[in-house]
Design a binder for this molecule. Sequence first.
Ligand SMILES: *[C@@H]1O[C@H](CO)[C@@H](O)[C@H](O)[C@H]1NC(C)=O
Ligand SMILES: *[C@@H]1O[C@H](CO)[C@@H](O)[C@H](O)[C@H]1NC(C)=O
Ligand SMILES: *[C@@H]1O[C@H](CO)[C@@H](O)[C@H](O)[C@H]1NC(C)=O
Ligand SMILES: *[C@@H]1O[C@H](CO)[C@@H](O)[C@H](O)[C@H]1NC(C)=O
Ligand SMILES: *[C@@H]1O[C@H](CO)[C@@H](O)[C@H](O)[C@H]1NC(C)=O
Length: 534
Amino acid sequence: MALLGIFLYRILDFFFRIVLPVAVVLYFAVQLGKCAIHIEGAAPECKRQSTDSNSTYNVVAVAINGDGNTLSKDEFVMREEMQIGRLRCKCPQSPDWLKPVNKRRIAEGNKWEFEKKKRLKPLSICKAMSPFNYIGGGITVEPYQTVPIIGLSLHPVIEQMLPHLNTDITLKISSTKMLGKLHLSKQIRYDAELSNYVILGEGTFELEISIKQNVKLLNTILDNHILYTSSSYELDVYDRLQLTLLNFTNDIHVRIHREALPDLYDPGEENSIIDKVTVITKTFERYDGIEKFINRVHQFYPNISIIIADDSLYPHPIKKDHVKHFIMPFRTGSFPGRNLALSQVKTKYVVFLDDDMFFTNQTNLEGMMAKLEDPNVDMDITCGEVKNLAKLKGLRSIGYNDSEGYCNLGPFYPRSNVVPGYPQCVWGEMFIFFFMAKTAVLRKIGAYPQIVQAAHEEAWIDAIGKAKSTYCSDSSVYHKHFRNRRYTKYRVETRSVLNNDPMALFENNMCYWWSFYNFPNIDKHSLMIQSPLE
Ligand SMILES: *[C@@H]1O[C@H](CO)[C@@H](O)[C@H](O)[C@H]1NC(C)=O
Ligand SMILES: *[C@@H]1O[C@H](CO)[C@@H](O)[C@H](O)[C@H]1NC(C)=O
Ligand SMILES: *[C@@H]1O[C@H](CO)[C@@H](O)[C@H](O)[C@H]1NC(C)=O
Ligand SMILES: *[C@@H]1O[C@H](CO)[C@@H](O)[C@H](O)[C@H]1NC(C)=O
Ligand SMILES: *[C@@H]1O[C@H](CO)[C@@H](O)[C@H](O)[C@H]1NC(C)=O
């Protein structure tokens, strides 16, 4: 079967690459020939064409390239077509608590979308039957550095045709966004006989080379001797080079990219878990629990660093080896506390859990770390089980509204989300907070300090598109509510304003949030707009 497949593939390949182009050329040549035979009394254009050695080439040009160098469809239109299946939503009327900030949110959101559009990856549009091979996208250069335009060569059929066309060969290449300058490599300039070609615009945004019938020289030039030097400071943008050869034009997208340097963490001489992992938590008015929290961590992982951020009213000092206790102003809040603790982490990995979750003999930090270190899966955050609390799973349904932001439409459950190689793990975008993460990734996600309540879904929404997270059932902690009067009083107070707090909606440019935010009388399903593809 496999052999037959390869055989068929070869035949088809041969047909498309050799037979078809030759047939096109022959067909037009024959058509022209017919005209030449019947010139007496026939259409005069035929005679004119048949005596012009450019004619075959011109006809082939039209056949292969359409009616010139323009695209049949606008890029903008094609992008719109691509977006047709995207999950979209209607934005509901803003409830009163959201109204004061809604206009500002939409204005800030539009600025964000505008910036995002500037960084769009280009569409690499490949025309049918190009006379030359080229790389549409993937060529990358650092700002102010030089890259050869690799991957250029003539199609074999065109290469054979060329010597028979009694015409100068012109090669033109230009930077349409004027982000880089074009020139030939020094090797070409000194090696080739100067009389054979004319160069215009060397070292400018548009380079033009005319070669007199010298296919060999053309091949040499195409072979990595056209150079592009980026000429402006950019972090990550795309220039579009237009390359015209024999009146065929194709686009080459060159990425100008300032590559970020790595963020490395020293694993220590012994490469032990103590040197590679820090446990962090945020606490508030629960000293009865935090003592036990520390003891349990150190019972199973002696000497592992623990960092505690604390915004209680009357902080009690916590003095223990390998524990750092950071006292914050009263009720600074949950996200600020997490930020503070995270900012003090010196190890490559960080474990976060709530202050009422406790390590057991089934807490397996080694196993969690091994997953994050596995080069075969890209896992940034791995969660374990929290006994006594509900399990969460699924991805988040984020609807897009073209004018008013996004809708958080709750969870959805893809059919295949098991992590390859780890049957006990699933991918997801929201789990209970007991996780180990790559410190560098978690720092980049950060936490929005305006969100002060004990936010859960808000933190996970922040990680979307920035980290790949899993839940794995082979490591766990247990949860025990630690309540005291003071804690409960503040918690009830926070809860009463929580449902009307616009901060998380503002931060994520959302006009709707499915879960506990207060949107009276709205069914999330009524906000979903049916995709025309389904
Ligand atoms: C072929 O066409 C080019 C431009 O299209 C022209 O400059 C050249 O003179 C033509 N050659 C002949 C032999 O007509
Ligand atoms: C080919 O290009 C030359 C100059 O770039 C132009 O004068 C000529 O009309 C073009 N020929 C065709 C068939 O487009
Ligand atoms: C823990 O650290 C103490 C010093 O603080 C040291 O004496 C002890 O050997 C360490 N224990 C382990 C298991 O690393
Ligand atoms: C883990 O602890 C439980 C009690 O807390 C005990 O029953 C169990 O045997 C322990 N397992 C191991 C492997 O030590
Ligand atoms: C955005 O929301 C508005 C208000 O509900 C709605 O009229 C409009 O159709 C939505 N636009 C889309 C689908 O992007």
